[in-house]
Design a binder for this molecule. Sequence first.
Ligand SMILES: [Zn+2]
Length: 135
Amino acid sequence: MLCEHCGTEMERRDTLICRPYDYVGPVTMKVGAVVCDACGWHVLPIAAYDALYKEFLRQVACRLLKLPLGEFVPESEAAKILGVKPQDIYTRRGPERRKILDLVWSLEFYGSRLFHRRSLQRYLETGDGGFELNP
Ligand SMILES: [Zn+2]
């Protein structure tokens, strides 16, 4: 594969990639990429984006676990706060077909899903329940 910027032959190899993500900042990890040594251009396969996103989700989960448990509410209360049925949290909705579950911070705790109260509030106000999470 030739580099689309400088025409040099590119090489496939593990490369340290850093991508910015909302609310957690840059996520850095080694992923398989196609790299141009001449100009530094690189192409990531879909699997690399999946791996980066998984790492982002792992960092979100780690950071949520550091927040006080009292800031989380069970699924039934989360549904009440949002004014939806509990199953609606897991259903694709709206024009963008997104799940509420993907737009609010939640964590798995001993087999139950708990939702962060502030995240639910932000979701109601802005449609996005995310907020900055400290490392
Ligand atoms: Zn190049």
